[in-house]
Write a protein that binds this ligand. Sequence first.
Ligand code: GAP
Length: 512
Amino acid sequence: MADQDLFKKVLSHAKEYGFVFPSSEIYDGLSAVYDYGQQGVALKKNLREYWWKAMVQLNENIVGLDAAILMHPTTWKASGHVDAFNDPLIDNKDSKKRYRADVLVEDYVGKLDTKIEKEVKKAAKRFGDAFDKAQFLNTNPRGVGYKEKGAAILKRLGKSLENEDLADVKSLIEELEIACPLSGSKNWTEVKQFNLMFGTKLGASAESATELYLRPETAQGIFVNFLNVQKTGRMKLPFGIAQTGKAFRNEIVARQFIFRMREFEQMEMQFFIPPGTQKEWYAHWKETRLKWHHSLGLGAENYRFHDHEKLAHYADAACDIEFRFPFGFKELEGIHSRTDFDLSSHEEFSGKKLQYFDPERQENYVPYVLETSIGLDRLFLAVFSNALQEETLEDGSSRTVLRLPAVVAPTKVAVLPLVKKDGLPAIAKDIVNDLKWDMAVAYDEKDAVGRRYRRQDALGTPFCITVDHQTLEDQTVTLRHRDTMAQERLSIAEAKAKISEATAFQTWLKGI
Ligand code: GAP
């Protein structure tokens, strides 16, 4: 499927099969806000759990937290969000459309990357088995030219944004002759900063109400609770605090479905470390998080690191783990070396010490922090879009199959009586009642069994158990595999053992 067609198919499939709906759709929806349906909520919950088990359950020195969305307003002064959580925006005077200036430039560079990929494909075809991609990328004049041009553009963009030189960001857009994607016009306004936080009020009357913000990241709930957790949990550095929860950003350029939302969920972990050890922990968490992504089996070639040119106000090093979405490589997770910025700043604004006594160093200090931060909705989109496939079968017919990693699939097995009579539904229901204690299971008796298989394929259910007349005689069932469509005859206990093994967290996570 071409990338654009795939993305359209992702949107329609997500809606048609109960994964994602536009928010308040009966009122024509709310831009960049989405609801998760009966299948989506299960997939999302399983992804959250896959992260939580890897981060909290499997690490003795990482504990969980669930901080409130509403926080004291000074939090956001201390964190720098009131002053610095801005996007540079630019309007096109003809189309009246508003864009993020940095995204326009990054999309331009993305097109250069696409050109490089096309050169690689052409050369791979020409040279066949003898093709050496790394050598080609380093020596092919056209490819090298695109790469150098892209790097120079991003460097200049990073520098201009860091220096708040918005006039230069506009010059860059003009020099690159970037046109409005909608109208093709190059008639741009100046670039302006826009704060992304949603404001709200706490209190009964307008006069006495306190201005609050909906949290734009979950991280600050962890920082303000650092001492609470450290003291009550008797935690020794290095240790981490992890949490999942909603975050809110008034994204101006909200597009690409659940990739960029105004209300979304983050899964963040702040790892507290002694000052001076941040380089080593940065390398550690980069590697660990990439391994975790690879464990989901979406293909190692679909991930890459992207080092930040422009560092956020709190970081001394940062990178993204990018994923190949249907619209190209984009940020999926951020890994940030946050120094002691947050804890020091909260010390300053609150007047309370947020320090740790290090028994080995015999000194008090403000710990440094290494952060891993992933958007759950983005992870959902990565997994879902990667899984959705149209297949032509040997007999020429086609099937839509959602090859979700079995460990996160909403339903692990569907139990299907071959026919709705002869006592088969009763046996199938007994199997459901047995399995449901251990896994998510569905029962379906409507339509011909082939159609029911197709429906479960489209929902991403990795296994089906079919109960037929032979089951009445020898208590065996057919276990049908989603990905290969292979069928095998097994006892009910054997089928259960196979499904349990294939869908167990341990099976998937033990490699990391
Ligand atoms: N605490 C650090 C932090 O919030 P970030 O790079 O702004 O860093 C972290 O966000 C992750 O949150 C991103 O990598 C992305 O997966 C997700 N994310 C950020 N903004 C988002 C949005 N508007 N919609 C969906 N996910 C978003």
